[in-house]
Design a protein around this ligand. Structure first.
Ligand SMILES: [Zn+2]
Length: 452
């Protein structure tokens, strides 16, 4: 790969000198148990915000802790040369709860290295994201080639609820030509990736009623339908016999043609022997680009307390992942009409929206994407693959909506063995150095876009 527009050898040499300090600072951040969930001590979130702000302040950034009704976020800014582009770097400093400590091979908040991986809650997701940004900045020393704005959120793991309010209040300070969102994953060890699509989400509650009150199943069963059986029949209409989503009219996008076979999917998902896959089409299309429907909860009498009664009413919560390009409320209306049209035996059906989130489909072309692909190639020796993620990342949609003109680059420090959110979360240290180098090269390449 051509490196004439940037001095790659110099960046690589500087970074390899800097990595021991980066590692030490990453470990210090990981020791702060900054779980954003309400049940945990929120003083720790304040500590991790302060520690994050201090790290950037030490590099000459104007760093400030801000909030808009939620957890503290950090905004830090350092000016590049006059007229240089502005790059916004996103990460989050809150973490998931550690879960049962017995499942961890080393204490979740005491970072520990084993076999080239650093174990700890947040060692990858997403304190390594913060440190990748810091490493990129440090690699340029006093010659920062672009203006850098850093935004480190404190509530990503609880859904980024106050993020739209924060972006509304502080958005003017976050305006940028490119936004690097470092909270996703690479495709494999040695295989970097840009995340270019995310599915959206609809969650709905469907209630099915047949009776004004519960009645004796022996007296009336056989002629009078019950609400629970009617609900089960209704839920069964959502899929065809081979498990394809039966709801018609929903968007279905296409996914990139990366190799991904059934044995890998079976292994990664823990599918039991003999259980068939559902749906149709290429596997990555099914999990990244097409809609999926899952019943995630049912309110009905429990098995232990059930009596011989025709249940008058029952309800279920349905989670629907939608194609990246699908507008969520449009998908909800389609789902709602589908369910109302299929009310079994004239049962009364109500469908209520519980939650919604937009997907993301990047226009992964143009000079910023070219610069990003070249920067990944600088670090790995070959360009990244485009991947999708089947879930939603609320902050990506929030940034896309607030900054429609900026190029959104969704990068990440994770790999398939990271186990973010699970026990024994870890960061691959060798890949992490490449992530840092790619980001340092990206800043230089974005600056070079302006030079003739
Ligand atoms: Zn994350």
């Amino acid at each position: 790969m051509s490196t004439d527009v940037i001095d790659l050898d110099q960046l690589r040499a500087r970074l390899s000198e800097l990595m021991p300090d980066i590692r030490r600072d990453l470990e210090a951040l990981t020791r702060i148990p900054s779980v954003s969930l309400d049940a945990f001590d929120q003083a720790e979130i304040e500590r991790s915000a302060e520690a994050t702000a201090a790290l950037f302040a030490a590099e000459g950034f104007d760093a400030e802790i801000v909030r808009a009704g939620g957890r503290p976020a950090v905004i830090a800014r350092k000016e590049g040369p006059a007229g240089a582009p502005t790059v916004l770097l996103y990460a989050h400093h809150d973490v998931q709860p550690p879960g049962s400590e017995e499942l961890w091979e080393s204490s979740p908040f005491e970072p520990t290295e084993r076999d080239g991986r650093l174990y700890g809650r947040g060692a990858a997701d997403d304190k390594a994201g913060i440190m990748a940004h810091l490493a990129a900045v440090r690699a340029h020393g006093d010659d920062l080639p672009v203006t850098v704005v850093v935004f480190v959120e404190g509530e990503e793991e609880i859904g980024s609820e106050s993020l739209p309010a924060t972006l509304a209040a502080y958005g003017d300070r976050l305006q940028a030509d490119a936004i690097v969102l470092a909270d996703s994953t690479n495709w494999a060890i040695g295989e970097p990736a840009l995340t270019t699509t995310l599915r959206g989400l609809i969650r709905a509650v469907v209630t099915v009623s047949t009776l004004s009150h519960g009645i004796h199943s022996g007296m009336f069963g056989g002629a009078v339908p019950d609400g629970l059986t009617a609900l089960i029949k209704l839920l069964a209409t959502l899929h065809t016999d081979d498990g394809e989503v039966a709801v018609t009219g929903l968007a279905a996008d296409s996914a990139s043609e990366l190799p991904y076979d059934e044995p890998r999917l079976r292994a990664e998902s823990g599918l039991l022997d003999g259980v068939e896959l559902i749906g149709r089409g290429p596997l990555l299309e099914r999990i990244w680009a097409k809609p999926s429907l899952t019943t995630i909860g049912i309110d009905a009498p429990t098995v232990d307390t059930a009596s011989n009664t025709l249940v008058p009413s029952a309800r279920a919560k349905i989670s629907m992942r939608i194609a990246p390009s699908q507008e969520p409320m449009e998908a909800f209306e389609i789902l709602k009409d589908f369910l109302l049209d299929r009310a079994p035996w004239g049962a009364h059906v109500e469908v209520a929206l519980d939650d919604q989130g937009a997907g993301f489909a990047a226009d992964a072309t143009g000079p910023m994407y070219d610069a990003a692909r070249a920067a990944f190639a600088d670090a790995w020796g070959h360009p990244p693959v485009d991947i999708g993620v089947g879930g939603s990342i609320p902050f990506v949609a929030a940034f896309a909506e607030r900054f429609p003109d900026a190029a959104l680059l969704v990068t990440g420090v994770e790999d398939p063995d990271t186990r973010a959110h699970g026990a024994n979360e870890s960061l691959h240290l060798g890949e992490f150095e490449k992530v840092c180098l790619a980001e340092a090269a990206l800043l230089a390449r974005i600056a070079a876009l302006q030079r003739p």
